[in-house]
Design a protein around this ligand. Structure first.
Ligand code: HEM
Length: 300
């Protein structure tokens, strides 16, 4: 039994996880809002409303994406301290490097042979990032028992998807700053197309980050203390299957309806101009009649 629940909640990775996750939520929202704004700008409808949402979203991307990259980097240093095997898997380091470890950009982790096939790597850069010293030694998975290694390929790739999307978000933010500076934020169709394509990027990055975290922790539920195999509750398989099926059905219905509804809202034209707020109350939702005959400010 745990001695102190607060010590579990405020564990050493808590501030890093909280900050990284909150920023991830802001970025995810910004890219959805930016994507919807871009969609309407591309259809050349309602430039003022669509432009406002697009402009605000691009400010958020330009300011917050670089912060997320720095926070992610610091988060990684904390992970190296407390869950080193996870970082070894993220980096694809099967071997220890006593005189500086390379940064493997891409490659195919081959866990059976304990190497990364077709690796494209930059010498010593991983030591520089993780230890701030080109020649700092870095331990690899060869220091970990085989049965205590996480599944490397999943962690290696999910980490790269997250980081690549982080840099893509930074790229969109910088592109928008450049267009803003040139006075073409609302005219540059390439920027609008890229922003539209990036609309789901936050969701994908969050899922990739979550997979990195959870798969990278394996085979432990509590790193170094409790194996996942020992964490299983004594519940019969049919009961687990029944609740899983119930979850699938409920989630399918709830998320299906929610997605359908949100996509319809996104496709709706932003209404221009804003009605005068002195005209009367604004209808919020449901069947409440509005003071205006046209359906209130949000037009729902
Ligand atoms: C260069 C950019 C990034 C770096 C270096 C980075 C770094 C990291 C690291 C090291 C972890 C795993 C830590 C651990 O489990 O110990 C992580 C997890 C995570 N990342 Fe990133 N990240 C970056 C970009 C992003 C972006 C753009 C998003 C989303 C918009 C994101 C969302 C997440 C999430 C949701 C987790 C899981 C957090 C948790 O469950 O505690 N990351 N990131």
């Amino acid at each position: 039994m745990p001695v102190d629940w607060w010590a579990i909640v405020f564990n050493p990775s808590f501030p890093y996880r909280l900050t990284h996750m909150v920023i991830a939520a802001y970025l995810t929202t910004a890219f959805v809002v930016g994507g919807v704004g871009a969609y309407h700008l591309l259809r050349r409808t309602s430039p003022s409303r669509a432009g406002t949402m697009f402009s605000m979203a691009m400010w958020m991307a330009a300011i917050v994406a670089p912060i997320q990259i720095v926070v992610g980097d610091v988060h990684g240093l904390n992970t190296l301290e407390h869950q080193p095997a996870k970082v070894m898997a993220m980096e694809g380091h099967f071997d220890s490097h006593p005189e500086g470890a390379p940064l493997i950009l891409f490659g195919l982790p081959n866990q059976a042979e304990k190497r990364v096939d077709y690796a494209i790597q930059i010498p010593k850069l991983s030591s520089l990032i993780l230890k701030h010293d080109l020649n700092a030694p870095l331990a690899g998975l060869d220091t970990i028992d085989d049965d205590k290694e996480p599944p490397v390929a999943v962690v290696f790739w999910s980490f790269r998807v997250m980081v690549a999307l982080g840099f893509a978000m930074l790229g969109v933010g910088l592109f928008s700053l450049w267009c803003r500076w040139r006075g073409t934020l609302f005219e540059n169709r390439l920027l609008h197309r890229v922003a539209l394509a990036m609309a789901p990027a936050g969701f994908v990055a969050v899922l990739a980050g979550w997979i990195t975290t959870e798969v990278g922790r394996q085979p432990y539920t509590i790193y170094g203390h409790l194996l996942t195999a020992d964490s299983i509750s004594p519940i019969a398989a049919p009961a687990v299957a029944a609740s899983l099926i119930a979850f699938i059905i409920v989630y399918f219905v709830v998320f299906g309806a929610g997605t359908f509804y949100i996509l319809r809202l996104m496709a709706r034209l932003p209404r221009d101009p804003m009605p005068d707020l002195d005209d009367g109350p604004i209808r919020t939702s449901g069947i409440t009649p509005t003071a205006q005959t046209e359906g209130g400010r949000d037009g729902l």
